[in-house]
Design a protein around this ligand. Structure first.
Ligand SMILES: [Cu+2]
Length: 99
């Protein structure tokens, strides 16, 4: 029983260490945003993220409500900064996925 608990603890540690590493190397960020309805919204999203140095491209899909942010090689953008930009513009972040 003790061994199982030890193994589970190890697994948890490995997952904890692996998650930030994956986020740091992710080049594409997919942000689901509530309230995106028209081209004006799409332009706002592009304006917010294109002025950030690590961002290479921003694509907005109004049907799926997903804003895709492509980063430059080595560039990073953390969740906190993404959420701040979007909420400051009056929209709500539903989820952030990276790959
Ligand atoms: Cu709009």
């Amino acid at each position: 029983m003790k061994k199982i608990i030890k193994n589970l603890t190890m697994l948890g540690l490995v997952l904890l260490l692996a998650a930030p590493a994956q986020a740091a190397t992710a080049k594409h960020i997919f942000v689901t945003v509530n309230g995106l309805v028209c081209d004006f919204c799409a332009v706002s999203m592009k304006k917010i993220f294109m002025k950030k140095a690590p961002v290479e491209a921003v694509t907005v899909n109004l049907t799926t409500k997903i804003v895709e942010i492509d980063l430059k090689p080595g560039g990073t953008l953390d969740d906190r900064e993404i959420k701040k930009g979007i909420t400051d513009a009056g929209y709500a972040v539903v989820g952030i996925r990276r790959d």
